[in-house]
Structure formats: C-alpha cells, structure tokens
Write a protein that binds this ligand. Sequence first.
Ligand SMILES: C[S@@+](CC[C@H](N)C(=O)[O-])C[C@H]1O[C@@H](n2cnc3c(N)ncnc32)[C@H](O)[C@@H]1O
Length: 238
Amino acid sequence: MECGKAVSGVVYGLGVGPGDPELITMKALRLLRSVPVIAYPIQDDGTSLARAIVESHIVAGTIEVPIHTPMGERGAAEPGYEQAAVEMMRHLEAGRDVGVLCEGDPLFYGSFMYLLGRLAERHRVEVVPGVCSLTACPAVLGLPLAGRNDVLTVLPGPLPDDRLRRGLAGADTTAILKVGRHLPRIRALLDELGLTGRAHYVERATQAGQKVLPLAAVDTARATYFSMILVYREGHLA
Ligand SMILES: C[S@@+](CC[C@H](N)C(=O)[O-])C[C@H]1O[C@@H](n2cnc3c(N)ncnc32)[C@H](O)[C@@H]1O
C-alpha cells in the first residue's frame, strides 16, 4: 500500500504463521525485532496465540498494545479494535512503527483487516504475508490441497447448511474453517452427503497439541476453534 500520508510511523501487518515458531518469514522476523511497538489480539482469558508464537523473539523494552477481541456476538470485538487503533495512532503520530502480530496470514480471514480499515487512511500500512492454515493443514495431513484445474473451495463452518451444501457440491477439495462448536452439525451434513469417509480433521496444525484424524474418528462433542476439515471429492487426491 503506498504512502502520500502524513509523516508518521508505519503499520506492519506481520503474518507469524500457524503456530510452529519456525514458520515465520525472515521479513516478518526482521520487522518484529526492529519495531518499537507491537500489537496483538488477546482472548477473554488474556492469552494471545500470535504473541505466544513469537514470544522468544520479542526484544526487551518493546512497547506492547494488546487488542481485546472477545469471541461471540458479531461486533463484540469492535470496542477492542477501536481502542487499540487509537493507541496505535498515538504511537504512529509520534513516529513509532507498529508491528501487528497476526496468526497465520494477516489477510486470510485475519482480524488485521479491521485495523487496516481504521489506519490505512492516515498511515502507511505494509502487509507481510504469512504461512496460513490453508497451507499448514494439508502439510501436516500429508495430502495435496489442489492441483491441475481443481476447484478449491473455502467455507467458514458457521455458514448455514444450504451454503455449505452448495459449496461442497462444486468443489474438488473443500476446506472448512472455524469449525469449533459447529462440528456436530458439519459432521451430520457430511454424513448426509456421504462425504464423512472423504473428510480429514486437523486441529492446531504445527502447534503443541496438534491432532490429525479421519473425521469419522473425531469426538464431535469436543470441538476446538483452531481446527479445519478438509474434504476431498470422491476419487480425488486423497
Ligand atoms: C479467524 S481464522 C484465521 C485464519 C488465519 N489468519 C490463517 O491465516 O490461517 C481462524 C480459523 O483458521 C483455522 N486455523 C487457523 N490456524 C489453524 C491451525 N494452526 N490449525 C488448524 N486450523 C487453523 C481454523 O479453522 C480457525 O477457526
């Protein structure tokens, strides 16, 4: 994104990868170690996956801006982004660069987009892409994601059944994200479509606690937000 903006610090959206601290790019690591301010989302319990991934690389004395992003109702995280954006702008206007730590890739279903909208009008923003879950999950599964002229479809699990059904119908490979509490419903839908046997479940890819299972073997009563289901069309790839 190009400048032409008032002289200020730069916002860097830093993709820190899916969990394994070695899956960060050299560019993101260099910037993380050079910026005076970092910001990152934190959950209700005060933990931050993005921060935890790069913890060993954070330079002593770096100013930290936690962004409160409670799960739940749409819009629940808005005040957290608003407050963090105001704090970040204070640093930017004082000429300090700010690195925003983003799990996976900043712009692949990443919350960085909410800051981008708030900051890009007045400040220079640069995005450093990261290894995202869409590539990490097939890697730990050991199966191709897509090839040749395959249609790859990405579906957020919270979508209603008819949207999921339509997406699955047109795809060679389907990645279902944000599985969490929707797991029993998604499993029932895949059962109905005769696809459960073609589906793989990946939880916390590349993180401690990683699980890779055929979907049929997963206990649907215990669902984790950081999980993805990969479904392969009959006779295809898997
Ligand atoms: C809000 S999206 C963020 C995606 C992230 N920006 C990325 O680039 O992968 C969160 C969803 O991504 C998927 N996800 C992220 N990291 C994952 C991981 N390490 N293992 C499995 N799924 C993951 C899950 O489906 C999770 O519900």
